[in-house]
Design a protein around this ligand. Structure first.
Ligand code: FES
Ligand code: FE
Length: 437
């Protein structure tokens, strides 16, 4: 573990990385990126400050905290937080750290509670984060002039949600969530709003550790269709008897806005084929006309299409498989992956179960595709231990002039999924936040 002093020194060193140096590291005109982005502690400390403490982060699906008192614990950057629904029905997000001496106030991953009581001296907080009481409260009142219970609650974040997805930020000055998501909402609706009943996360949260920098999986999901046929072919053959083969680039796109990216085809149930579950395919086909009536013909073709997406900075998902995940940073060279399965609330139970098993089989700690990816991501990070290796640049130049005008698709639209356009857009957003004081 880094000592706090080291972290602070690194943050200071990170801040001294002037804007010019950062801009040299991320040369988007030539599609070249410096490897130190995936290795250096000062850069990472600056990311915690300027990205994770500055922008909206996904923290939970509303179905995970549906009842008053429901809560879960998670992370915003490396800040541990509690997401809790209070008696009034509002969802609150606050630091999981006691303002007395700093202990965690909740050690459970999820549950239902009226209050969170600190183990150390017994201060007790409501599920809105407010300090309710402590032992010897009278003594505080009589001996501490400035004692004000209302100022000693758990530090709260701003909270907003979009169609079931709850986001939070500690930045008072961040633009509204709607603005942050922008036109990406139009794409999110493909999964979040294709049925009148809305969506839910199935119970359970798979957690695993990968020894990689958090940006490597984020950029993989935002736009790396290019790796799929090569990396995942043997797993696809082993699991489904299918070869991924060369993916037809006709009518495939990469779209991005505000650093978020979605790359996709229009094959309707292409990705769901990966589930190799007839019941899921039948379910999707049976709904195509309804989805078209709701979202239009074009988006009805995207529901289960071969595609992947990332909401900047670290919240990714795969339509079709319906796996949703966050890449939680734990230093510059390690992440915790949190994985859930999203389903339509109105889907039959047997279809939900097929989705759950499909995610476990493909993109989970025991999933064959995740193992393929995890090994690559670890090596993409750990090779940078080499002093000479770290001095080389990485290539992000695929599809430099592929932007098109499209009548229906929103955002910056690029032709073909074999394209680094979404990755470049991801790093453009990264650079903008890192360079802003
Ligand atoms: Fe929490 Fe003292 S550290 S009550
Ligand atoms: Fe992959």
């Amino acid at each position: 573990m880094e000592s706090e002093n080291t972290s602070e020194m690194c943050a200071k060193e990170g801040r001294s990385l002037d804007t010019g140096k950062l801009r040299e590291m991320v040369d988007l005109d030539r599609g070249l990126i410096d490897r130190r982005l995936f290795w250096d502690e000062p850069i990472y400390q600056l990311e915690l400050e300027r990205i994770f403490a500055r922008t909206w982060l996904f923290v939970a699906h509303e179905s995970q905290v549906s009842q008053p008192g429901d809560f879960l614990t998670t992370y915003m950057g490396e800040d541990g937080v509690i997401v809790a629904r209070d008696r009034s029905g509002a969802v609150n997000v606050f630091l999981n750290s006691c303002p007395h001496r700093g202990n965690k106030v909740c050690f459970a991953e999820e549950g239902n509670r009226r209050r969170f009581t600190c183990n150390y001296h017994g201060w007790s907080f409501g599920n809105d984060g407010v300090l309710l009481g402590m032992p010897a409260e009278e003594l505080y009142k009589s001996t501490c002039e400035e004692f004000d219970k209302s100022k000693l609650g758990l530090h709260r974040a701003r909270v907003a949600s979009y169609k079931g997805l709850i986001f939070a930020t500690f930045n008072e000055r961040a633009p509204e969530l709607e603005e942050h998501l922008g036109d990406f909402r139009w794409y999110l609706d493909v999964l979040l709003d294709n049925d009148e009943g809305g969506t839910e996360f199935l119970g359970g949260n798979l957690k695993s550790i990968i020894r990689c920098n958090w940006k490597i999986p984020a950029e993989n999901f935002t736009g790396d269709s290019y790796h799929a046929a090569w990396t995942h072919n043997s797993a696809a053959v082993g699991m489904m008897g299918l070869t991924v083969g060369k993916i037809d680039q006709e009518r495939t796109y990469a779209a991005n806005m505000n650093g978020h990216g979605w790359q996709f085809g229009m094959d309707m149930i292409g990705n769901a084929m990966g589930m190799a579950e007839q019941e899921v395919l039948d379910y999707l086909r049976s709904r195509e006309a309804d989805v078209a009536a709701r979202l239009g013909k074009l988006r009805s073709r995207m529901v289960g299409a071969v595609s992947s997406a990332n909401v900047f900075p670290n919240f990714s998902f795969l339509p079709g498989y319906n796996t949703f995940r966050t890449w939680q940073p734990q230093g510059p060279r390690q992440i915790q992956v949190q994985t859930w399965t999203l389903v339509n609330r109105n889907a039959p139970d047997s279809v939900k179960e097929k989705y759950r098993r499909g995610v476990a089989r493909t993109f989970s700690p025991s999933g064959l595709f995740e193992m393929d990816d995890g090994e690559n991501w670890e090596n993409c990070t750990q090779t940078n231990a080499g002093f000479v290796t770290r001095k080389q640049k990485l290539h992000y130049g695929l599809g430099m002039n592929s932007e098109i005008e499209h009548d229906e698709l929103k955002g910056n639209v690029h032709l073909r999924k074999y394209n680094d356009a979404n990755q470049r857009a991801f790093y453009r957003q990264w650079l903008e936040l890192m360079c802003a004081e």
